[in-house]
Each structure stands twice: as structure tokens, then as C-alpha cells.
Ligand binder design. Sequence first.
Ligand SMILES: [Zn+2]
Length: 575
Amino acid sequence: MAFPESFTLELLNRIDIVDIIDKRVPLKKKGAGYSANCPFHQEKTPSFTVSPSKQFYYCFGCGAHGNAIGFLIEHDGLTFLDAIDYLASSAGLEVPKSNFQSTEKKQQSSNLLEALNIANHYYKSQLRESSQAIGYLKDRGLSGQIAKEFSIGYAPAGWQNLRLAFKDYESNTLIKSGLTIKNDQGHHYDRFRDRIMFPIYSTKGQVIGFGGRVINPDDDNPKYYNSPETPLFQKSYELYGLLLARKAIREKGYVIVVEGYMDVIGLAQHNIRNVVATLGTATTEFHIKKLIRYAPEIIFCFDGDKAGQAAAWGAMNNALSALTDNIQLKFLFLPNQHDPDSYVRENSSKEFESLLKQAIPLTEYIVKYLTTENDLVGQEKKVKFLNELESIFKKITAPKLVLLFKKRIAQLVGLDIDEINQIISTTKNLYKKSKIKTQSRIPISPTRRFCLFLLLKPKLARVEDLDFFSSDHLDDRLARAIIETTSFDKNYNTVAIIHYLSSRFDGELIDQLHVQLTIFDEGIKIEEEIDALRSNIQRRHFSVSNKFKLNEMKQKSMNALTAEEREFLKNITKR
Ligand SMILES: [Zn+2]
């Protein structure tokens, strides 16, 4: 159930991330912190670090980072709430219960999360009541255990069932979360009706949206239907099933990407767990970047029909720019008339797994696709082939892959590699791409430095400083948010404040903060740095605001000046 965010902050303040990680990944003392081989990517020398003072982990190899809650979610595959429960009991704290109505004043995103969480509980309770819905799932070969694991629910037929779950059914929160729709006449009604409900979890373990499937064969609405895009849910970033699949993906070393929720669940029913699905959209570059954090190999599994072929080509195109030499993409096409769910049900998990071995590597797939209707006989056909390849090569930034692929192409068309190089130009920044983007140096403004030091020693924050950060600039907003958080509770530590910030700022900024805090030298004298920066920022602030004041006063005649303004003039000319 939902609980106050202040509890999460208190929890992060109480626990020790070193203990929690050390139990799972034995840590070695190194400098002021600890290190180990990264549990999130394959490596031989340790680049995974845990900081006892900042209470977060950061991997220099793959960029994985987060707090203790995040670690449990990522590493153990827990949901957000389960991670909270686990940490609370290990710290001897009791998780407070609160309900949706009592937290009106919370930020929008946490309101949306609470609404979705409540709806999820409601849909699950409705599944237990509906023999028709249960019958549907049984017919599809799903056990109660699997339905429970995936938190499958049921949205009953009827227009306003969610009234039973929410006191304020007409609230904007329900509309914004995608649970209800308001029509032109101002009537509110449930978006999902008479559908099996599949909650979509973020990798933080929170429900961020739903997918629904019709169960009534006479229902002429679209078979599958997702939540609309909301502040929490963007289809091009999210993958269905990732939360539960992560552990298996790491263990197996590869991930299978399918097209539907039922494919993920159907395969899980047959104990194939390293599976995720895109959500009614083509695979995007973001999906790929997300997945390669867990395993270096991705197998796209498509239906054998025309639609499957088109989806595969789209996925390939989107994947190119996310490729590096360390990752492998493969493509698998199922026999006609089959999707992964139907295939595994009609055959077996063993047969499905042996089918996986026939998945073809990316470059072979491209060649195969482009030569289905082009036998490469004669110059014209070869030119056509090379032209089609050019746009593909332009998107690949993995140098070894480009080289090997070009060799293969050269063989196919009977040219040597130099000739191919002349014909196909590749992207210019080919050899320059840095290993991880986040590690490239982002220029740090004095305000940002000030923020970073405050995060390291929150006790040094002063409410009086708020005046210096009044602009709409990101770093100013960040400084204000940090100072405000410390004013709630002087004892918040680095990680508690970052957690607080993470619901108010973009993920990209939070990523940056982790990197910037990690590369700070532990030996730095924070008090001195903060004092120096504070007077620097003050000086800048006063010189800017003085300029404004002077400009204003220039408009007035000397007599029109107030006593205060005269005093100001006197002081400023003295300097
Ligand atoms: Zn790593």
C-alpha cells in the first residue's frame, strides 16, 4: 500500500548500503569506499563502487547507480514496495500505512503512482471475483501462481467501477493517470472495461500504467489497449516484464524481446523468464540502451508473418545507433501462424530454446532481408544493394562491427574492402564515441558545485541562501530544492536528498549527480569549498541585482529617490 515519502527518506537515512550490498556482492575496502566486480555487467577488474558516506553505488564500467532501495530492485528483482518492506524490517522500522485520500498535497507524480497502485489492487481483487476472467486465463494455460506473479487483474464490465476504489472519482489525478476519461459532456468513465489487466511496472518497481486485453469475443474494441502516455509512462522508454525478468536476464546472459504481454507471461509459464515485451510500439534506441545494462545479447523474437518482418526491420533500424562492439543483436522469426505464446504452448520450452539457437545475427539479418528480392546478379542490383546499406552504415557507431560487416559485404558483391570503403561512407564520429556518455565531462557551474557539496554535507545548507538561487535555471532550481529538503530535516543524508530530488527532476539530472558526486575526491575539504563558493555566488548575485537596481534608479530624478535608495547609492559608490 502507499505510504508517505518521508518514510522512504527516513529509511534511507537509517540503513547502511554497505551491509546490504556486501551480503549479496562481497565488497573490498578501497580508499574511503568499497569496490567489487560489478553485478550488473560482466567484468574482470572491479569498477563497481559503494560509498558509505554518500550511501549509493556507482559503476564506472556500465554506469549502474542508485541507493539501497534501487539496488534491491535491480539486483534481487524486488518491487519498490517489497524493497521498502525488506529494508524497514532490517532496520527495525514499521512501514506506516496511509490511504490515497489523506495525501492530497503530494506532488503530482506520487499522486499518479498512488492512484495506479490503488487501481492495481482493485483490479486484482476483481479478478478473484470473476469466474469468466479466471476461465479466460486458464484457457490460455496460465496458473494462478503466474497470474499472481505478474499481478494480473480484471477491469469489470461497466462504466464507473473505479468509483468503488476512489472517493474522488472525478479527480484530475485519475484522468492524468489514464485510468478514467472525461468526455465532451463532462462525464467521467473508466478507460478499461471488461478487460484482463496487466500492470506495467517501472524498473523502480512501481506501477506506471496498464495494458488491457478484451476477453469477450463479441467486444469489437481493439484487442489490446494500453494506458495513454502520461508523465509516468512513455511507451518508447518502457518494457513490459523487465522488473521480473532482470534476474533471469543476468543469469542467462541474454534477453528475449517479444511483442506482447501474453508472450512474456506465456513463456514465463514455461519457465522461460528472461523475456520482455515492447508496449505496442517498435523497439526504440532507449529500449536497447536499457536492456544492454543487463545482458550483452538481445534476441528479438518476431512472428513469421509480414507484420513480424516489418516490425523486425524497424527494430533493426532503431537499434543501430545504440550498438557497441560489446553487444550482440539477433533476430528470430517464428514459424508462420505462431507467436511465442502459442509456440511454447503447442511445443515445449525445450523446443523454443532450441529455436532460439537459430536466431541470426544482426548483420546476417540485414543481408538476408536486403537480398530476399535482390539476387545481386549484375551491376545494377549490386549498386542498389550498396545504396540500401549506406543508410544503415551511417547509423552504426561500433568500429569493429563496421569493419567485419564491410568485409562480408565486399565478399558478397565481389569488391575489395578499400573499394567498399570508398562507396560506403560511415559515420564521422566512429572512433570517438566514448565508453559511457555519462562519464564525459559535463561543465560544472559554481551553483552546481555548490549543490554537489551541499549534497555531501547537507548540514551546511542555510535557508538564507535561497535568495541567491531565484532564477528558473536548472542549477538554481536544484539548489532551491536541496536547501528546502534540508530545511525539513537537518539530518537527511546525501542519498535521502537525492531520492527526494528524483521525484522532482529529470532522470538525466539525477544520473549526472551520481557521476559528479562519485568522481569528487573524498579528501576534499567540504566546509572550505562551500564557504568559498557561497561568497562567490553571493558576490555574483549582488553585482547582478545591484545592476538592476541602478538601472531602475537611473530612470528617476535624484529627488524622486527614497531614503533607502540614496543609502544604497552611497554604499555602492564607496566600494
Ligand atoms: Zn557495471
